[in-house]
Structure formats: C-alpha cells, structure tokens
Design a protein around this ligand. Structure first.
Ligand code: ADP
Length: 189
C-alpha cells in the first residue's frame, strides 16, 4: 500500500492536487474537511457538531475526528493506498493515525507538504469564497483564525514526520500543473 499525507495550510492546494494524485496513483482520497461538509449537508449529528467548530475556524475535537477517519479507512479494505488530506491536523491525530495503520501492518510512506506564503494563502481563500460557498472562506477573521490554528496546532505535525524521515517539502507556488509535476517527482513511480 502507498499511504500519503498531503499537508499544508488552508488554501495551499491540497484538494486541487489530490484530485490528480488519486487518479494517477489509484489511491482513495480522504479529506476530513470534505467528509465534515458532507455531514453538514446531510444534516447528521456529526455535521451539526462539526459546523459549530468549522464556522469559527477552529478544529473539530480530536476524538470525533479520529473515530470518523478510522471508520472511513475501514470502508475501503481493498484500497491500494490512501491520500490523507487535512488529516492529521494535530500531533494527537498523527499518533492515532500511526497506531491505527500499524495495527493493520501499514504505514505512512511520505508526508508531502505544500509550502505557500501566508499572504498568498489569504488571497487564494478569499478568491475561492466566490465559488466555494464556504462561510469559512468568506470572512477574513475566520481565515486568520484558521491560519493561526494551523501555525499553533498543525505545523508541529510536520516535525513528527520529519523526525521519521518522511517529510518532503514542496514549493506550492506556481501553476497547478507545475505543482503536480513537483509532487509526482517527489512521490516517484
Ligand atoms: P482548509 O484546509 O482550507 O482549511 P478543510 O476542508 O481541510 O479546509 O478544513 C475545513 C475545516 O474542517 C477546518 O477549519 C476544521 O474546522 C475542520 N477540519 C478538517 N479536518 C480536520 C481535522 N483533521 N481535525 C479537526 N478539524 C478538522
């Protein structure tokens, strides 16, 4: 199995690049943000809970998020591998993911980290608000909160995989195709 983490701050392009990588490498894409948004749309109990955090730019609590992610992985017993997008977002989530995969004789092959300057992230997210319909993209205060939460809680997750020799930084500025090229070069055949 080839399990990849596509990592980076809000607006780094994780979702955009995942769409190509899942096809190219025949992987299952698991975006915790997408799954939460599907739950909000479906008006589930989980969706209601997630919305109260997402609208504020805060993280959904670890216990709920980890349980949800594990149950999504378990829905794909025949997967050739996964792209984790937006997960793990805390060191607790990273520890839980490692332990969960290890229990299945699996591991993370690589963390691909899209690196984009903060000013560019803000510009991209505000532009995306016009088409995404996402409340968390439309409000500059919520965007700032998401970036602050990323720096405080999510950035340390990179150190976890760096220590394991699995971190690969990728320049996330340029055309979509250029960045896809950098990712495929980093991942390999
Ligand atoms: P972005 O990367 O642009 O912030 P996402 O769709 O990945 O967009 O996430 C949107 C929101 O969903 C986050 O701000 C957070 O509230 C929630 N969320 C997504 N993934 C996680 C996670 N792994 N842990 C906690 N909350 C999450």
């Amino acid at each position: 199995m080839r399990n990849l983490i596509l990592f980076g701050p809000p607006g780094a392009g994780k979702g955009t690049q995942s769409a190509f990588l899942v096809d190219h490498y025949n992987l299952v894409h698991l975006s915790t943000g997408d799954i939460f948004r599907a739950n909000i749309k479906g008006e589930t109990e989980l969706g209601q809970l997630a919305k109260s955090y997402m609208d504020q730019g805060q993280l959904v609590p670890d216990d709920v998020t980890i349980k949800m992610l594990e149950s999504e992985v378990n829905k794909h017993p025949d997967a050739a591998g996964f792209i984790f997008d937006g997960f793990p977002r805390t060191t607790a989530q990273a520890g839980a993911l490692d332990a969960f995969l290890e229990g299945q004789g699996q591991t993370i092959a690589s963390m691909l980290a899209l690196e984009v300057p903060e000013a560019e992230l803000k510009t991209r997210l505000l532009a995306r608000a016009a088409t995404s319909g996402r409340a968390d993209d439309a409000d500059p205060a919520v965007i700032q909160k998401r970036i602050d939460v990323y720096n405080a809680e999510t950035a340390p997750v990179a150190d976890h995989y760096r220590a394991a020799g699995k971190y690969q930084g990728i320049d996330g500025v340029g055309s979509i195709e250029d960045i896809t090229g950098r990712l495929t070069t980093a991942i390999g055949a």
